[in-house]
Design a protein around this ligand. Structure first.
Ligand SMILES: [Zn+2]
Length: 220
C-alpha cells in the first residue's frame, strides 16, 4: 500500500503539534509523536516503558534506540499515511528514520516536511507569557489572561511560570532547535521536499495554508 509521510518541524511554541493533530483529523493518517508514544508505553508498563520510565524519572534523555523501536512499531501499523510531530529533530534521528522508511515504506511514497516558521522573538513572547496553575489550567498574559492577576479563575490557585518557559531556558531550547534542526531542514530543502508555512497566523489560517499546499502537490 502507498503511504504518505508528513513530517512537522518547528520551534517550541510554534503550534506544530496542533497542526499535526488537525491534519490527522482531516486525513486518516496516523499521528506519531515520540512524546505521546513514550507516555503510552510508560502507562501500559511495557518492557520498554519501564526502562524509559527510569530515564524520565532521573531527568535523563531517553536513548535513541528506544525511540527507534517505538517509531518502528508505529510504522508497522495499517494506515495510508503517517504524520510525524517533533521527530526527527537532529541528524542522527533523521538517519534512523530514513533507515526505517527503507524497510517499511515504498521508495515512491510521497514524503514532505512542513516547517511551521515562527521567529525567535515570537516564540519568546508566546512561551514567556505563559502561566500555569497546579490544577492544569494554562493562561497566556496576552491572549488568555486570568480575571485577577496571578490567580487562577477556576480554583483560585497561585499562577506560576513553568521552568521550561523561563527566558534562559527558552533561549537554550531555541539554540538547540536551530543548531540540531538546521541539518534536518537542509536535507528536505535540498530534496525539494520542504514546505515552509508562516506560523505567525491564526491556527485555522495555518491549517488552510497547509491543506492548500498539500493539494497543490497532489498529496491529498
Ligand atoms: Zn487552577
Amino acid at each position: 500500500m502507498q503511504k504518505t509521510i508528513i513530517i512537522f518541524f518547528g520551534p517550541p511554541g510554534s503550534g506544530k503539534g496542533t497542526q499535526a493533530e488537525l491534519l490527522a483529523k482531516k486525513t486518516d493518517w496516523q499521528k506519531i509523536s515520540t512524546g505521546d508514544l513514550l507516555r503510552s508505553e510508560v502507562a501500559a508498563k511495557t518492557k520498554l516503558g519501564k526502562l524509559a520510565d527510569k530515564y524520565l524519572k532521573t531527568g535523563k534523555l531517553v536513548p535513541d534506540r528506544f525511540i527507534v523501536e517505538m517509531v518502528d512499531n508505529s510504522l508497522k501499523k495499517k494506515s495510508s499515511g503517517f504524520i510525524f510531530d517533533g521527530y526527527p529533530r537532529n541528524l542522527k534521528q533523521l538517519k534512523d528514520l530514513l533507515l526505517m522508511f527503507k524497510k517499511r515504506i515504498k521508495k515512491s511514497a510521497p514524503i514532505y516536511a512542513i516547517e511551521i516558521a515562527v521567529s525567535d522573538k515570537e516564540v519568546k513572547q508566546r512561551l514567556g507569557q505563559r502561566r500555569m496553575c497546579a490544577c492544569g489550567k494554562v493562561y497566556h498574559l496576552l491572549y488568555n489572561s486570568p480575571i485577577n492577576e496571578g490567580i487562577c479563575d477556576i480554583c483560585g490557585g497561585k499562577l506560576f511560570t513553568r521552568n521550561d518557559d523561563k527566558p534562559k531556558v527558552i533561549s537554550h531550547r531555541l539554540k538547540v532547535y536551530h543548531h540540531d534542526g538546521q541539518a534536518v531542514l537542509d536535507y528536505w530543502r535540498v530534496l525539494g521536499k520542504l514546505i515552509k508555512i508562516n506560523g505567525e497566523q491564526p491556527i485555522a489560517k495555518i491549517h488552510n495554508d497547509i491543506m492548500e499546499k498539500l493539494r497543490e502537490l497532489k498529496v491529498i
